[in-house]
Design a protein around this ligand. Structure first.
Ligand code: GDP
Length: 296
């Protein structure tokens, strides 16, 4: 289960604080030292941890924690609020163009869960009574088109493809035209994954961006890869102005570092969380719920 280590460590720290009748400044400092270690161990970015602890301390001092009735609770509450802020504060909604179709460009490394998330997002849109179209823009990975077609059939969402002999830029252009002619109000463009950030594929996705003028550019990152996910997000963001992140594989035993760092490091909100291989509607990411879950 994701966040298990972090969650139990934080609960332990706060359990000790709650158990005390009076809490001294030293107690708070000790608790913060432990929170800091717990976050670092959960693979949260070093600088993010530093800022986080500074903010919590600042608020705790401001509230005169030591004189409070239930000081332990006050500290927990402050940490909860700061954790929520760290992950973006409030839920960040999917864009909606006032000139349909709304175009969503999917980006990410190979294996992150891009194709799976494309289908899950389509299923969410379908559930919300939209008429999505998926465009098969990954012509390089063998069977990527087929995979999307199978998923499309499974969820009842059409897939636009021109096979693997036409350039993805042309496919995207033609797919968008098809969507307009057929009354699709959302278009999700699945693009080629890459093993590493490489210039040729980056240039291709920039051209697709140019042609489709997306309302959303969502980067799919694998939460299990921790800090690497944050590095990937930072590199993509510098090349391709992302509008949001889809964090996948939160059902695994990720330590949580990516979820807790990606917004602070890149400025991009996590819009969705994915928690399984089954094609269920993608779940919107709620920072406040995630913070409460971590704190137990
Ligand atoms: P792509 O190369 O980025 O398009 O990745 P795929 O969508 O093909 O996914 C790669 C693998 O990760 C597949 O085996 C998926 O079933 C799996 N996968 C995708 N999302 C999740 C998730 O949220 N949780 C888990 N456990 N597996 C996932």
């Amino acid at each position: 289960m994701a966040f298990e280590g972090l969650s139990s460590r934080l609960q332990n720290v706060f359990g000790k604080l709650r158990g005390k009748g009076k809490v001294s400044e030293d107690d708070v400092n000790e608790a913060m030292r432990e929170v800091r270690l717990a976050l670092l161990e959960a693979d949260v970015n070093f600088k993010v941890v530093k800022d986080f602890i500074a903010k919590v301390k600042e608020r705790a001092v401001g509230l005169e924690v030591t004189k409070s009735f239930t000081p332990g609770m006050v500290v927990v509450d402050i940490v909860n609020k700061e954790l929520t802020e760290l992950m973006g504060g409030t839920q960040s909604k999917l864009a909606k163009s006032n000139k349909p179709p709304t175009v969503i460009l999917m980006a990410g490394l190979q294996g992150a869960g891009k194709t799976t998330s494309t289908a899950k997002l389509a299923k969410l849109l379908l559930k919300d009574k939209h008429k999505p179209l998926m465009i098969a823009g990954d012509i390089y990975r063998p069977a990527a088109i087929k995979q999307l077609q199978v998923l499309g059939e499974q969820i009842g969402v059409p897939v636009f493809t021109l096979g693997d002999q036409t350039s993805p830029v042309e496919i995207a252009r033609a797919g968008l035209q098809f969507a307009k002619e057929n009354g699709h109000d959302y278009v999700i463009v699945d693009t080629a994954g890459r093993l590493h950030i490489d210039e040729a594929l980056m240039s291709e996705i920039r051209q697709i961006h140019e042609v489709t003028k997306p309302d959303e550019v969502l980067l799919v990152v694998d939460a299990m890869t921790g800090q690497e996910a944050v590095n990937v997000a930072q590199s993509f963001h510098s090349q391709l102005e992302l509008t949001g992140v889809i964090l996948t594989k939160l059902d695994g035993d990720t330590r949580g570092g990516a979820a807790l760092s990606v917004k602070a490091v890149t400025g991009c909100p996590i819009k969705f969380a994915a928690t399984g291989e089954k094609i269920e509607p993608l779940e919107p990411f709620h920072p406040e719920r995630m913070a409460s879950r971590i704190l137990g």
